[in-house]
Design a protein around this ligand. Structure first.
Ligand SMILES: O=C(O)C(=O)C[C@]1(C(=O)O)C=C[C@@H](O)C=C1
Length: 369
C-alpha cells in the first residue's frame, strides 16, 4: 500500500479518536456537574479531581495495553486525556518548588499532566503557603532522597503546619550531561550544577571529564542556563531541563548510584481515602522518661503495624526537645492502625496524623512527562 493511502487511513483514524475524545469530554463534564451538585459548604467541590479514580483508570488501561502501541505511551496519553477533561470543568492549580525544569516539576507533570495550571514557588514555604491560602489546591515538594536523606524543611513545615499528605511519588532520579550542542567531552571545560547533583555524579565526572572545572549553581535549572551561554560548558541536570532550555543531551544516566530515588509528596487540605495499600505519615513526641520510645514502638508492633521510616527532628518549641516523624504501612482508618494510635496517645505528649495516602512503587521516567 502506498504511503499516501496509509496516511489517509491514519487521518481517518485520528478523526475517530478525536470524536471519541469529545464524547469522553462530555461524560467527564457530566461527572463534574454531578460532583458540584453533591458538594456542600463543609465539603466544597474544591477537588473535582479524583486521584484514586485516575489511578484506577491508568492501571486498567496499561494492563489492557497488549497491542502495538507502547504501554508507557498508553499511560502518558491517558494522563493527558484526563488532565484535559478535568481542565474543562475547573483547571487544577498545582504549586511546585521551582524553577522550571527541576525534578519537582517532572514529578508534578507526571502526576497532573499538561492541562493543570502550575504555580512555580521559589521556596518550599511558598508551596505550603499556596496550598494553605487556597491559591493552589495541591502542592508538590520533595520530602526525602535515597542518597541525601530527609529534606528537613519540608519535614518541619509538614510537622508544624495544617496540611496533609495527599499522595506520594518516588522517582528514580537520573542525571544527564547537557550542553549547547552534542559536544565532544574533550571540549567541555566547565560543568555546572547544584552541589547535590554534582555529588551524585562525582565518580562519572572524575572518570570522563577529569580536567573540567566543577562550578556549583543554585539549582540544576540555573546550571542549564549557564551551559546555554558557555560554549565550553555543560550542565548536570534532568532531561526535562534539556527540553525546556533547548540544550542537547550529551550523555544520559551519569549518576554514580543507579538507584538514586527522590520521594515527593503532594500536599492538600485533606488526605486520601483508603485503598487497601496505603501509607500514613505522622508526627509524635514522647514523654521525657525512661523507656518512652520503646513503649511507643511496641504500640505499633503489638498491632502488627510496620514502621517504614522514623526520624527525629528538633522541636520548634523547646531546645533539646524532639519530634519524631514516622511513616507506617496502613491507612489511619484501618482498625489495627486506629488501635495503635489509641495506644500511642497514652504514651505521647503529642500525636499528629499528617495524612494517609496510597503507596506507590518507585518509577523511572522513560520520557519527559
Ligand atoms: O471520574 C471522575 O470522577 C471524573 O471526574 C472523570 C475523570 C476522567 O477524565 O476520567 C476526570 C478527573 C478525575 O480526576 C477523574 C476522572
Amino acid at each position: 500500500m502506498s504511503i499516501e493511502s496509509l496516511r489517509a487511513q491514519i487521518d481517518a483514524t485520528d478523526e475517530r479518536i478525536l470524536d471519541l475524545l469529545n464524547e469522553r469530554a462530555k461524560l467527564a463534564l457530566a461527572i463534574g456537574h454531578a460532583k458540584k451538585a453533591a458538594a456542600s459548604p463543609d465539603r466544597p467541590a474544591a477537588l473535582m479531581r479524583d486521584p484514586e479514580r485516575e489511578r484506577a483508570v491508568l492501571e486498567r488501561l496499561t494492563n489492557l495495553a497488549k497491542g502495538d502501541f507502547p504501554r508507557d505511551s498508553v499511560r502518558a496519553v491517558f494522563r493527558e486525556i484526563m488532565s484535559g477533561c478535568l481542565s474543562l470543568e475547573q483547571p487544577l492549580q498545582v504549586a511546585f518548588l521551582g524553577p522550571e525544569g527541576t525534578f519537582t516539576q517532572m514529578a508534578a507533570r507526571y502526576l497532573f499532566g499538561l492541562s493543570a495550571q502550575y504555580r512555580e514557588a521559589a521556596t518550599i514555604e511558598g508551596v505550603f503557603d499556596a496550598v494553605r491560602t487556597g491559591a493552589a489546591a495541591l502542592g508538590v515538594v520533595a520530602i526525602e532522597n535515597s542518597t541525601e536523606g530527609s529534606v528537613t524543611l519540608s519535614a518541619d513545615l509538614l510537622i508544624d503546619g495544617e496540611l496533609s499528605v495527599r499522595e506520594e511519588l518516588v522517582l528514580l532520579i537520573e542525571h544527564a550531561l547537557l550542553a549547547r550542542d552534542k559536544v565532544a567531552f574533550s571540549s567541555v571545560q566547565r560543568v555546572y550544577s547544584h552541589p547535590q547533583a554534582l555529588a551524585q555524579c562525582r565518580g562519572w565526572l572524575t572518570k570522563n571529564l577529569p580536567t573540567a572545572q566543577l562550578v556549583q549553581t543554585a539549582s540544576t535549572t540555573a546550571a542549564a542556563r549557564e551551559a546555554l551561554s558557555d560554549p565550553a560548558g555543560a550542565a548536570v541536570a534532568s532531561p526535562l531541563a534539556a527540553e525546556i532550555h533547548g540544550l542537547s543531551i550529551v550523555r544520559e544516566r551519569i549518576q554514580d548510584r543507579k538507584e538514586n530515588a527522590t520521594r515527593f509528596i503532594v500536599l492538600g487540605r485533606e488526605d486520601a481515602p483508603r485503598t487497601g495499600n496505603d501509607r500514613t505519615t505522622l508526627a509524635f513526641s514522647v514523654l521525657n522518661e525512661r523507656g518512652a520510645l520503646r513503649r511507643v514502638l511496641s504500640a505499633f508492633e503489638d498491632e502488627g503495624v510496620n514502621l517504614s521510616r522514623l526520624e527525629s527532628r528538633p522541636s520548634q518549641e523547646k531546645p533539646w526537645d524532639y519530634v519524631f516523624l514516622a511513616d507506617l504501612d496502613g491507612h489511619r482508618l484501618d482498625p489495627n492502625v486506629q488501635r495503635a494510635f489509641e495506644n500511642l496517645r497514652a504514651h505521647c505528649a503529642m500525636v499528629k496524623i499528617l495524612g494517609s495516602y496510597a503507596r506507590r512503587e518507585a518509577i523511572r521516567l522513560t520520557a519527559v512527562p
